[in-house]
Design a protein around this ligand. Structure first.
Ligand code: SF4
Length: 314
């Protein structure tokens, strides 16, 4: 049995102070951390309970029209908040696509940002090879074990020879598309991290999921003033209709002028170690909306012709 100490933080400063102890971790909803501990994947020596810290569980408008979502806001509360539903429907849809209702009722926004990959080899200590769980041990998903690696849920972009895991968060895909900013507090003070810089690609340090410094605590997520409330959609492709992680997901947010795309934001989930913005696709869409259905129809026509189902001049 491993001894674990427990401390209930009363404010951000005391939480950050407590986190200076090696092996200390913050716990909010605990929906991922407790699974990892029970599975023998995570071995914290100290849990710092942040759920009683005041002021981190509210959703507030910001000067200029943005929205600040506290790190302790529950996923279900964020998804169903009137301002999120009406001004940032993309975020609401993504949150509701994640996990189950019970988990969403417990999980916090900050914890959602910190959830770890669902790579099966990472979750099963019976597999020795996992650079994320045990740096330098290899990667079973790439093919290091005698089954050759089962990796259909793994990365197709931005992977490294060290790790091909993907980030499992639906919420983060929407936040990437919306250009959110993560607010953190740490031993060196407060800072703001643009969402694109918050999660990292695996490189040669797949044990690190984010760019947080040791002991830094997420306090809130800021959303810029809403510009995509009227044209936004989160699509999650998965093996089951609910309670399954994405094979691929897409968050799309558009500003339209009639049938023309004025501005586009597209982010992909399930394909990389972090949510990825499809910036090339965004640029191609802007001003060329007609080309989207045209390209789709052209692909169908081309494939049909290649298959001999239509003639040369169809
Ligand atoms: Fe571990 Fe990453 Fe390999 Fe999965 S893909 S086994 S998380 S190193």
């Amino acid at each position: 049995m491993r001894a674990i100490s427990y401390e209930r933080a009363t404010d951000v400063a005391s939480a950050v102070r407590a986190a200076q102890q090696p092996g200390a971790v913050f716990i909010g909803g605990g929906t991922n951390l407790l699974d990892l501990m029970k599975g023998g994947v995570a071995h914290p020596v100290k849990l710092i309970d942040i759920t009683r810290i005041g002021g981190l569980d509210s959703i507030d408008t910001r000067p200029g029209g943005g929205l600040r979502i506290g790190a302790l806001v529950r996923n279900s509360d964020a998804a169903n908040h009137a301002l999120v539903r009406t001004r940032y429907p993309l975020l609401s849809q993504a949150l509701l696509a994640g996990a189950s209702a019970q988990l969403r009722n417990m999980a916090t926004v900050g914890g959602n940002l910190m959830q770890r990959t669902r790579c099966a080899y990472f979750y099963d200590p019976a597999f020795d090879q996992c650079n994320k769980r045990n740096p330098g041990s290899g990667c079973a998903a790439i093919g290091g074990h005698n089954l050759g690696g089962h990796n259909r849920m793994h990365a197709i972009l931005g992977a490294s020879p060290q790790c091909v895991a993907v980030n499992p968060s639906d919420m983060s895909v929407a936040l990437a598309a919306l250009d959110a900013v993560v607010l953190v507090s740490g031993p060196s003070g407060e800072r703001q991290i643009p969402f694109a810089s918050f999660h990292r690609l695996p490189g040669d340090r797949p044990d690190l999921d984010t760019t947080l410094d040791p002991g830094e605590l997420i306090t809130a997520v800021d959303l810029p003033p809403p510009r995509f409330a009227d044209h936004a959609h989160y699509l999650k492709v998965r093996d089951r209709a609910s309670y399954a992680f994405a094979l691929v997901s897409v968050a799309a947010a558009l500003q339209m002028d009639g049938h023309t795309v004025k501005e586009a934001r597209i982010a992909l989930g399930g394909v990389a170690h972090k949510p990825l913005r499809a910036t090339a696709a965004e640029q191609r869409l802007e001003g060329n909306a007609f080309k989207v259905p045209l390209a789709q129809r052209a692909i169908v026509r081309c494939v049909k012709r290649a298959a001999g189902q239509i003639g040369d001049f169809a």
